[in-house]
Design a protein around this ligand. Structure first.
Ligand SMILES: O=C(O)c1ccc[n+]([C@@H]2O[C@H](COP(=O)([O-])O)[C@@H](O)[C@H]2O)c1
Ligand SMILES: Cc1cc2nc[nH]c2cc1C
Length: 347
C-alpha cells in the first residue's frame, strides 16, 4: 500500500522545450497539426528522447467479477466475465485484433473471477472470488485490496522488464460500470443520475434502477468514503484497483500510460487522487459513449485522442489511439524543417 505514495518523476523540461522548438521549425504553419503536436511534445518530455517513439506496447487486461451484479445492474449475465477471459486467451476479442494490428504484447490477468479459468495463458493473481455486493457491505477487505494493487504493479514490472515504451491497461468485469459510477459519485461529489449510464446496454428504466442501487450504497457507506483508498475498497472492483496501482507504478518508473474508457478513466481518477503527480504520465485514448465519461475526463483535465462512439472497454479505445500517437511521433521525427527544405517561414 505504501508504494502507492512513492515519488513520481516530473516530465523533463529540457526535452519538452526542445520538442516544442522543433515543432515550430517543421514545414507547416505553427499549430496546424493540432493535438498531434502536443502528443509528440509530451511523449518526448516523458520518454526523455528527442525522437519520441511507440514501438513496444504492453497491454494488460485485468478481469474480475462484481457482487453488485446480483442487483440486476448489467444487461449481461455475470458468466460473461469468465467467458470473455477465455475469448481473450484464445485471441478472439476486439482487443486481440487491435493488439495484433499494432504488434503489442498482450496479456490477461485474473484478479478475481468468481471461478478461476483453467488456462495457462491467463495470469492468476486473484484477490478473491469476485467482490462483495457493495450495496450491502464493502466490496473488498483491505487485504484483498492489497492483492489487487500488487497485481497491477506486477503487470507494470513485466512491461518495464520488456522495455515497453507505453503501458495500456484494460478491464473486463460485468457490472463494473456500476462500481465505476459509484466511485465517480463519491470522488467528485457528483449527482448519481449524471454519471450513471447504460453500460453494456441497459434501457432507461434499468438505468434508473442502477442509479437507485448506487444512491443507496453511497448512503450506506457515506461515513467511510473519506479517502480515495476507502472509495476503492468499498465501491471498487479488483480490476479497477489493479489498474489504479498499475497507472501509479508506471508513472513512478517513467513509463507513459494510455488510458482507455470510462472504467479505466475512473481508475486514473482515483490514482490521481492517491498520488497526483501520476497524471502527468497519462494519455487518454478515447471518449467513451458511457454517460459519466466526459465528467471524469473533465475532472482529469483530459483531452481524449479519439471519439468514435465506442463503449466496449477491454482497452479497445486505447489501442485504437496507438496509430495516431505513432504518426504524431513520426511527423515530429521525420518532417523536414523550413531551413532543410528551403521553405520560407511565416511573418
Ligand atoms: O470502457 C468503457 O467506457 C465501457 C463502457 C461500458 C461498458 N464497458 C464494458 O462492459 C462491462 C461493464 O458493463 P456493465 O453494463 O456490465 O456494467 C465491462 O466489461 C466493461 O469493459 C466499458
Ligand atoms: C460480450 C462483452 C464483451 C466485453 N468486453 C468488455 N466488456 C464486455 C462486455 C460484454 C458483454
Amino acid at each position: 500500500m505504501q508504494t502507492l505514495f512513492l515519488p513520481i518523476p516530473a516530465p523533463d523540461a529540457g526535452f519538452y522545450q526542445r520538442a516544442l522548438d522543433r515543432q515550430t521549425q517543421l514545414t507547416k504553419p505553427p499549430g496546424s497539426l493540432g493535438m498531434l503536436e502536443q502528443l509528440a511534445v509530451k511523449l518526448a518530455a516523458l520518454q526523455r528522447r528527442d525522437e519520441p517513439r511507440l514501438e513496444n506496447i504492453h497491454i494488460s487486461i485485468f478481469a474480475a467479477d462484481h457482487g453488485i451484479a446480483a442487483e440486476g445492474v448489467s444487461a449481461f449475465p455475470q458468466a460473461v466475465t469468465a467467458e470473455m477471459v477465455k475469448n481473450f486467451a484464445a485471441g478472439g476479442a476486439a482487443v486481440n485484433v487491435l493488439a495484433r494490428q499494432v504488434k503489442a504484447h498482450f496479456e490477461v490477468v485474473d484478479v478475481g473471477l468468481l471461478k478461476p479459468v483453467d488456462l495457462l495463458n491467463v495470469i492468476r493473481e486473484r484477490a478473491g472470488a469476485g467482490t462483495e455486493n457493495f450495496k450491502i457491505k464493502p466490496a473488498m477487505t483491505e487485504a484483498q485490496l492489497a492483492i489487487a494493487l500488487a497485481a497491477g504493479r506486477d503487470a507494470v514490472a513485466r512491461a518495464v522488464a520488456a522495455q515497453a515504451d507505453m503501458f495500456i491497461g484494460g478491464e473486463m468485469g460485468i457490472a463494473n460500470t456500476c462500481s465505476a459510477s459509484a466511485m465517480t459519485a463519491a470522488l467528485l461529489d457528483a449527482p448519481v443520475a449524471d454519471i450513471t449510464g447504460a453500460g453494456t446496454g441497459l434501457n432507461d428504466g434499468q438505468i434508473r434502477h442502477k442509479a437507485a442501487v448506487i444512491a443507496q450504497a453511497l448512503q450506506t457507506h457515506r461515513q467511510r468514503l473519506s479517502t480515495p483508498l476507502a472509495v476503492l475498497q468499498i465501491l471498487g472492483g479488483f480490476e479497477i484497483a489493479a489498474l489504479a496501482a498499475a497507472y501509479i507504478s508506471a508513472a513512478q518508473q517513467s513509463l507513459p500510460v494510455l488510458v482507455d474508457g470510462f472504467i479505466s478513466s475512473v481508475a486514473a481518477l482515483v490514482a490521481g487522487k492517491i498520488n497526483p503527480d501520476c497524471q502527468a504520465w497519462f494519455f487518454y485514448g478515447h471518449r467513451s459513449e458511457e454517460k459519466g465519461h466526459q465528467r471524469v475526463l473533465d475532472a482529469l483535465a483530459a483531452e481524449p485522442i479519439l471519439q468514435l462512439g465506442m463503449r466496449l472497454g477491454e482497452a479497445s479505445g486505447a489501442v485504437m489511439a496507438v496509430p495516431v500517437l505513432q504518426m504524431a511521433c513520426r511527423l515530429h521525427n521525420e518532417m523536414a524543417t523550413f531551413s532543410q527544405a528551403h521553405v520560407s517561414g511565416g511573418l
